[in-house]
Design a protein around this ligand. Structure first.
Ligand code: HEM
Length: 414
């Protein structure tokens, strides 16, 4: 199919399996944008949207929906999950988290979830986050090289979200493994049958895990996030148990896999640009803007999906109900109409424009937590390791077209 696409587009095709795409997907996004800002890639069954103005419009327009249960594609999913005996996944598919809900259910549950994310509460976590960063970095004591992902970028966000949710420390390693396994199926390129099984087992184990915790906590909910969910009541409306399991699972994954990649991708971009590393370590007040540029330049989430809610004409073309669109966050961030010289990493860039936390009603609930966590991480790194450098100049990007990041990032301290 890729060959036919190449013939139709004078040599160009979106080939998500190619090494070239994995290494630098941005050239491909640019090319797609220049051919058509809504580019039909037949091999991926998706229309790829890479222009910032359209991406923003589609993310806030109710004619584009997230709820895949409503469209013909759901038939396949139901059939496949039933055939594989994945009852828990099927059950959750019918009772999705806010990420997959349209209004009015989305608005109702999002309101309840956002009680756990007030600015005051997030700010109150700072000291604890700072201490955790120190504990993680203490493992590097006397080492002149280490794996930044293993030492800090992976464990820190997992510890923070687990603490927020009130999960026992002893479960940390287990749910970190579950959540990594789970992502093998989300955007994983060339997922094998074995990896798919691993991902689905992890999904079901996590739901069982949250079910157990929520049942145990029912009579004594406590003051952490899960306690608040159990008690949450808005105009007489409570979350039902399945909504709670889905919400916990979403927070666990969204809350740590993404921040992990922001830390890794951000430091990688800085180390690739030593002049900017020099600037920032002399002036920590540059960190917040640098984080926005890191998010724009190497976003942890590269794309999200929307479906045409009904048969529709859009941008001069007809789309059938249920047509899936890949909303390319990374493509939009590199649109020259949104940011001048978009392929330059520049921590001094004014008015950094990005949609790395999404846009519109589904915009990320955890953005301020991610910003605080990464700010504290970068401050601590520049303080403790002012001369950090990449050990390998071209580390391997993960094979995933939704989440972009590294499994390992080896660095030397001088
Ligand atoms: C750098 C870190 C992060 C990035 C890049 C990120 C990115 C995103 C994006 C792109 C969306 C929108 C998806 C869509 O519209 O389809 C989203 C939604 C969401 N994020 Fe984040 N996220 C990050 C951190 C977090 C954290 C720390 C949490 C929670 C602890 C979190 C919780 C959520 C939730 C609950 C949603 C769903 C909101 C809704 O559907 O209404 N995220 N995130």
């Amino acid at each position: 199919m890729v060959i036919f696409e190449r013939l139709a587009n004078r040599g160009f095709a979106l080939d998500i399996f190619s090494k070239k795409f994995q290494k630098n997907p941005y050239q491909t996004y640019s090319k797609m944008r220049s051919i058509n800002p809504i580019y039909h890639s037949k091999p991926t069954f998706l229309r790829w949207v890479t222009k910032m103005s359209l991406v923003q419009e589609m993310l806030r327009d109710e004619r584009f929906s997230v709820d895949d249960r409503k469209y013909p594609i759901a038939k396949l999913r139901r059939k496949e999950l039933a055939r594989d005996g994945r009852d828990i996944m099927l059950d959750q598919f019918e009772n999705p988290s806010i990420l997959k809900l349209d209004p009015p259910d989305h608005s109702r549950i999002r309101k309840l979830v956002s009680y756990g994310f007030t600015n005051r509460y997030i700010k109150s976590l700072e000291t604890q986050i700072d201490e955790t960063i120190d504990q993680c970095l203490d493992f590097t004591h006397n080492q002149d090289q280490f794996d930044l992902m293993g030492v800090l970028a992976k464990p820190l966000p997992a510890i923070v979200i687990a603490k927020m949710m009130g999960l026992p420390d002893s479960d940390l390693n287990q749910f970190q493994t579950w959540s990594e396994n789970l992502l093998q199926e989300v955007g994983g390129i060339g997922s094998s049958v074995r990896k798919r099984k691993l991902a689905r087992d992890a999904y079901e184990d996590l739901i069982r895990y949250f079910e157990k915790i929520i049942i145990e906590r029912k009579d004594n909910p406590g003051d952490d996030f899960i306690g608040k969910l159990i008690q949450a009541e808005e105009e007489g409306d409570k979350l039902n148990v399945k909504e709670m399991y889905g919400t916990c699972l979403l927070l666990l994954i969204a809350g740590h896999e993404t921040t992990t990649r922001l830390i890794g991708n951000g430091l990688y971009s800085l180390m690739k640009n030593p002049d900017q590393y020099e600037l920032i370590k002399k002036d920590f007040s540059l960190i917040p803007n640098a984080i926005e540029e890191m998010l724009r330049y190497e976003p942890p989430v590269h794309a999200t999906v929307r479906f045409a809610y009904a048969d529709m004409d859009y941008e001069g073309k007809f789309y059938k109900r249920g047509t899936p669109f890949a909303i390319s966050i990374a493509g939009a961030n590199r649109d020259p109409e949104a940011n001048k010289h978009p392929n330059e990493f520049n921590i001094l860039r004014e008015h950094v424009k990005h949609v790395s936390f999404g846009y519109g009603p589904h915009m990320c609930i955890g953005a301020s937590l991610a910003r605080i966590e990464s700010k504290l991480v970068f401050e601590k790194i520049f303080e403790r390791f002012p001369d950090l450098k990449l050990l390998e100049s071209e580390p391997n990007w993960q094979k995933n077209f939704i989440f972009r990041g590294f499994d390992n990032l080896l660095v030397k301290t001088h």
